[in-house]
Design a protein around this ligand. Structure first.
Ligand SMILES: [Cu+2]
Length: 155
């Protein structure tokens, strides 16, 4: 009788990691894609495969020692058939709005804030039900032209 409480405590001790793990799993259903933006104005992830209607989280970290005003990145996911080059040109004039052109927000599926060196930004969104390729770009001036883009392939 005397060792019963001890058995109970031991049981709890063994069960706790299982319970903790379970709690972690249920709160982590959203698939996370981590991307690094570099001084070379490139994303280290340029293709993301997703299922129609899947909820994903994009986490972008900028690796740079430059001041934010000179080097920062974001991820802007564009709708299909959007002219990414024209969008990037318009974005370059929208410094006051973190390079998100207010007049073209209807061309955007999702976007992060601007991440300067050492900063991380993220966005969680639902990818379209429509299969196909969706372009994402960095809208900091000059970066799209330098090749800072990628594709979300929904299939
Ligand atoms: Cu950039």
């Amino acid at each position: 009788m005397k060792f019963l409480p001890i058995t109970g405590s031991l049981l709890l001790l063994f069960l706790f990691p299982v319970i903790a793990l379970h709690a972690q799993n249920s709160s982590e259903e959203i698939r996370t894609i981590e991307i690094i933006g570099s001084d070379q104005m490139q994303f280290d992830v340029t293709e993301i495969n997703a299922s129609p209607g899947e909820e994903i989280k994009i986490v972008l970290t900028t690796e740079s020692n430059l001041p934010k005003v000179a080097m920062a990145h974001n991820v802007v996911v564009l709708k299909q058939d959007v002219d990414a080059k024209a969008f990037a040109s318009a974005a370059a004039t929208a410094r006051n709005n973190d390079f998100i052109p207010p007049k073209l927000t209807d061309q955007i599926i999702a976007y992060t804030g601007l991440a300067g060196g050492g900063e991380t930004v993220e966005v969680t969104f639902t990818v379209p039900e429509e299969t196909g390729s969706y372009t994402y770009i960095c809208s900091f001036p000059g970066h799209f032209a330098a090749g800072m883009k990628g594709t979300i392939v929904v299939e």
